[in-house]
Design a protein around this ligand. Structure first.
Ligand code: ADP
Ligand code: MG
Length: 696
């Protein structure tokens, strides 16, 4: 048996069990061995009941002498009790609240291992275990696998429970013949990593005397090796990709004086130190012949746009064109207004290419782009798929890159000489994660807000208090400010979201604020209507803007000081943070009011995080923890691999180590032969998982 052997060759695995295993992605022996325990239990401390002391955590092996369900009208008070006995002759009681479901599982006469904290129930004067873990010992043949040691606990695969899986893994490890370790020997030795077979063995079956805590933290040398390895291959793939990108043929922009002068002329304010620093990174990249691939990170409102404008000027003064891409038409329009306002007075032609233009207009604009009459072209991400020809494209700016698929498609625009690429995002992602997520991008971060910003006062109010909240909105508007009212997210249907916004708009404009100017913005409006509302809000004519989440990113109106989010419990944390970022952009005190209905526990945590902090990184961190990496990054569309052993949140530090080791190794492999072996290994075993990695 070797790693590639089909799982059906394993003793005990027939077609039925194989199909259950398949639901967990297990079809080969290797898949099974990389099906990791999610925790461990110390059953080395198996004690006779007579020797148990209250307060200790222990395992007992007992026979069930009786069970009982205490019914009650309240579900929470339904108590399930198991009475058990072992050879020592002392009784033990196990109790579960809401334990009805156990009735069909634990029955009289069964041999069971219970694991938990021992307590003295002073009411009934008995030794008890509350909510212990249990494992039914129906088959004593491999008993020493399941008792008297630290045992791995696996997530069940349908009817295949942890015990069955444990036996399978053990059999597979037993039957496996020797196999080569794919990690470079030099690296393995230097880092003191155990061999692969040993690492797998000890991860599933920790040797006697192991400590439970590091195992459950996934920090033992064996576990570290497997986690490190998984990150290492990914990072090697990324490093190779980076190397390839760097050797491509790009443009070396001159950092000419005319660019400096133009930038000085257009800057409406003094840049912050952080803005200066990132512009320097960008200018340096641009001056090099290799194509720039840089990610510009910065919390909402940190002032990324002006940095993009400055970079654009460098390209423009070198006689190249600039493309700016945004995820929505509304944001594209916003950028169009911003760029035009700054760049047209100094002689550049800025155009906006969006889907809702008439085909005559489109043809005309495309011709301007192809002939080089238009210098800056702004549009949605569709710009790349459309047949837009540039005369001389030098720089691409991609804004609000939360949807990760764009990078791959960018290659379409990179025929001939590679233009430089600047990607901007407001989703703060911890640095090492960003480096991995964005693969071959270099990262710069604006970690400072423009001066004079005051923290936004964030409050939660119940939906039933809406009238009071609207009175507050009126006071602000009457003092000359503007407000947003954002309507609930409706995942399944944009139509429904638009309807909800229309209803709120009707209510507010007719009943609550009949004397004020209320506008409505949503994704279904025609472009001229959208532009009219945006323009109206920009110049202060529209005082209250009701909208769907289309304002989530990018809209920039410093006079707006109130953000009311209706049914805020339906929004994600990052999204609420983005929404809040629409206010607090001027010198006036701003407010964010989250109107909520019934709150689930997780929604409660989201809302209270938002009320407590404004630090985008902390918010992203909480979000990551509440949702888990898969959902946080939207794994499928992010192109992020599904890790088997590693966990992006738990193993962040290891990711950092793997990244620097991989970079160093690719730069300077111990031998060509070893390097070739590694590349082959990654290509054969890991390419499939890490679709984003094009190796070599
Ligand atoms: P984001 O990073 O969210 O895209 P923007 O680029 O929209 O942020 O900038 C937010 C607001 O801050 C804008 O109104 C912008 O004009 C203003 N701003 C940016 N940089 C500065 C600065 N250095 N001083 C003063 N205001 C600034
Ligand atoms: Mg922005």
């Amino acid at each position: 048996m070797n790693l590639d052997t089909d799982i059906t060759y394993l003793k005990g695995v027939g077609p039925q069990r194989a199909s259950l295993l398949k639901t967990k992605g297990i079809s080969t022996v290797e898949d099974l061995l990389y099906y990791m325990p999610f925790r461990y239990e110390d059953r080395s401390n198996v004690k006779p009941i007579a020797k148990l002391a209250p307060g200790e955590t222990a395992t007992v092996v007992v026979t069930i002498s009786g069970t009982q369900l205490f019914r009650s009208r309240q579900r929470a008070a339904r108590l399930f009790e198991v009475r058990a006995m072992d050879e020592s002759g002392r009784p033990l009681v196990c109790k579960w609240f809401r334990g009805d479901y156990l009735q069909s599982i634990l029955r009289q006469g069964q041999r069971v291992a219970f694991y938990g904290k021992v307590e003295w129930d002073s009411y009934s004067q008995e030794l008890s275990l509350f909510h212990p873990e249990y494992e039914i010992l129906d088959d004593e043949s491999e008993a020493n696998l399941h008792l008297g040691r630290i045992v791995p606990i696996y997530e069940a695969a349908g009817r295949l429970n942890t015990r069955v899986l444990r036996s399978f893994v053990h059999r597979a490890l037993d039957a496996l013949r020797e196999y080569a370790d794919p990690l470079p020997e030099s690296l393995r030795r230097r880092l003191g990593l155990p061999l692969l077979d040993q690492a797998l063995l000890e991860t599933h079956f920790p040797p006697p005397g192991s400590d439970l805590a590091p195992l459950n933290a996934f920090r033992t040398p064996a576990q570290f090796r497997l986690i490190f390895e998984e990150f290492f291959y990914l990072e090697c793939g990324l490093a190779l990709k980076r190397r390839k990108a760097r050797s491509a043929d790009g443009i070396a922009f001159g950092l000419v004086d005319s660019a400096r002068r133009q930038i000085k002329r257009i800057l409406p304010f003094k840049p912050t130190a952080a803005q200066k620093r990132v512009l320097k990174d960008i200018a340096t990249d641009m001056s090099h012949p290799a194509p720039m691939n840089r990610l510009l990170q910065g919390d909402v409102g940190s002032g990324k746009t002006i940095v993009a404008v400055e970079a654009a000027v460098i390209a423009l003064e070198n006689d190249y064109q600039v493309a700016v891409m945004a995820p929505t038409e509304i944001l594209a329009t916003q950028h169009y207004l911003y760029f035009k306002h700054l760049l047209e007075p100094v002689g550049y032609v800025v155009v906006c290419l969006t889907g809702s233009l008439t085909s005559r207009e489109k043809t005309k604009l495309k011709r301007m782009v192809a002939e080089g009459v238009a210098h800056v072209v702004i549009g949605t991400h569709a710009l790349i798929s459309k047949d837009v020809e540039f005369r001389n494209l030098g720089l691409i700016v991609v804004d609000e890159q939360q949807r990760f698929g764009v990078m791959q498609r960018l290659d379409l625009l990179r025929k001939g000489k590679h233009p430089d690429v600047l990607v901007m995002t407001a989703t703060p992602i911890p640095r090492t994660l960003a480096l991995t997520l964005y693969g071959d991008l270099d990262v710069s971060t604006i970690d400072e807000l423009p001066p004079g910003r005051r923290p936004i006062v964030t409050q939660q109010a119940r939906q039933s208090e809406a009238a009071r909240v609207y009175r507050f909105v009126r006071r602000e508007v009457e003092a000359g400010r503007q407000a947003y009212v954002v309507c609930p997210m409706i995942e399944e249907s944009e139509t429904k979201a638009v309807q909800a916004a229309q209803e709120v708009f009707a209510h507010l404009s007719k009943i609550v604020f009949p004397d004020l100017k209320v506008g409505l913005l949503h994704g279904r409006l025609k472009t001229p209507e959208k532009e009219a509302v945006m323009e109206g809000f920009n110049n202060g004519e529209v005082q209250i803007m009701v909208s769907t989440t289309v304002v989530e990113v990018g809209v920039d109106v410093p006079n707006a000081t109130v953000m009311v989010v209706e049914q805020a419990e339906g929004f994600g944390l990052a999204q609420l943070h983005q929404l809040r970022g629409r206010v607090g952009r001027g010198a006036e005190q701003s407010y964010c009011i989250l109107l909520t209905g019934r709150l689930s526990d997780i929604a409660k945590q989201r809302i209270s995080t938002l009320v407590k902090t404004q630090d985008g990184l902390r918010i992203a961190d909480t979000d990551l923890q509440l949702r888990g990496p898969g959902e946080f990054f939207g794994t499928r569309q992010s192109g992020l691999p599904a890790f088997r052993v590693a966990n992006l949140v738990r193993d962040r530090e290891t990711l950092g180590i793997a990244r620097s080791e991989a970079t160093a190794y690719i730069e300077n492999p111990s031998s060509e032969k070893e390097m070739r072996r590694l590349v082959t290994h990654i290509r054969e075993r890991w390419q499939r998982r890490y679709g984003l990695v094009q190796v070599g």
